[in-house]
Ligand binder design. Structure first.
Ligand code: PHE
Length: 339
């Protein structure tokens, strides 16, 4: 029997093939369920005790030799297959995997968030379907207040107390309900207004609003924060605040930056003045603080809000706001992801 095993060993050593099918039948012959090795193993019980050790060693080395040979031949056969007939040229460069690009609105939004995070603002978010209280009434805009006309609103037909938020100031009211000062938060998000769609305005757009409430916050803090922001965002450090009106801030201002008049586009977008309006801002109205159970004698604050589309249009020189929502690949592809 030992002799027989030696013969098998010899057979394994001699075996050569470059054909995967042939190699596989060789494998089945030796290592298959009914193969030679299993037969030899099943005979183990009939081997006289004094030969058991030697027999055991022999069939184990036979098994190893068979495994080794099969693996070696298989690898060899696969390699030659690749080299010859597969038609693959493995030296050619691979297909580039195209990385998608971020939407310009996201790029600008993230940039704004980054700038304010650096000075201690966190990010807060809220629902797009809002109730009257958070979007209007708590912000010093009671029902029938004429200033509601400033923001034409989509109301929900089933329940006119619900609406699509017209600004992310609604997130600020929610934030003030659940947090006590000091508050330093910015609220990015999508907002809705019932406006005609044109090259410059859309019924859906995006805002980032900011809110800062603490003891002793002054108008000078507001101005300094805006100056810091415009420097970081646009690299321009000349701003002016024009008196304006928002129900939730007093005093209120429109913020303009000096864009310059170097090119024809500068003339066009600034209407020949060099100045460009980029956001609304002001000191939080004491009535808003009261509505939120914050004592206006102890705390003051400022708020500001800007449209992301507007800023993206400026930075990327996009002539028509509708381009943001058309999902035209040729448009979207131009915006490289910022790492
Ligand atoms: N909520 C205002 C708007 O949507 C912007 C704003 C925010 C103005 C905060 C002043 C203070 O137009």
């Amino acid at each position: 029997m030992i002799k027989q095993i030696d013969q098998y060993l010899e057979e394994i050593e001699q075996f050569q093939s470059n054909d995967l099918k042939e190699i596989d039948s060789f494998r089945i012959k030796f290592l298959g369920k009914k193969g030679i090795l299993n037969q030899l193993f099943s005979e183990f019980k009939n081997v006289p005790n004094d030969q058991k050790k030697l027999y055991g060693q022999k069939i184990n080395s036979l098994k190893q030799a068979a495994n080794h040979k099969i693996n070696q031949l298989k690898e060899q056969a696969e390699n030659t297959l690749e080299e010859q007939g597969s038609g693959l040229d493995l030296t050619r460069p691979g297909y580039p995997v195209e990385i998608g690009s971020r939407h310009p609105i996201s790029i600008v939004k993230n940039q704004i968030i980054e700038i304010f995070k650096r000075i201690g603002f966190n990010v807060s978010e809220g629902p797009e379907i809002e109730d009257d209280w958070h979007n209007f009434t708590a912000l010093n805009l009671p029902e029938y207040h004429p200033a509601r006309d400033m923001q034409d609103t989509f109301f929900l037909q089933q329940n006119p107390d619900w609406l699509l938020r017209t600004h992310t100031s609604s997130v600020q009211t929610r934030y003030m309900e659940s947090h006590r000062p000091p508050i330093r938060t910015i609220s990015p998000g999508r907002v809705y207004r019932n406006e005609d769609i044109s090259a410059r305005s859309h019924c859906i757009f995006h805002q980032v609003e900011g809110l800062y409430i603490d003891k002793g916050v002054s108008f000078a803090d507001l101005k300094q924060t805006l100056l810091y922001f415009t420097k970081e965002m646009f690299g321009k450090s000349k701003i002016r605040l024009r008196p304006s009106y928002f129900p939730f801030t007093e005093p209120s201002a429109e913020v303009d930056i000096y864009w310059g008049l170097k090119t024809e586009t500068d003339y066009r977008i600034t209407k020949g003045t060099g100045w460009l309006e980029i956001m609304g801002a002001g000191m939080v109205d004491p009535n808003v603080l009261k509505n939120m159970d914050i004592d206006p004698d102890e705390y003051t604050g400022f708020a500001f809000g800007m449209g992301i589309e507007r800023i993206a249009m400026l930075l990327y020189q996009i002539p028509d706001i509708r381009m943001f929502y058309e999902n035209d690949m040729r448009f979207l592809k131009q915006f490289k992801p910022i790492v």
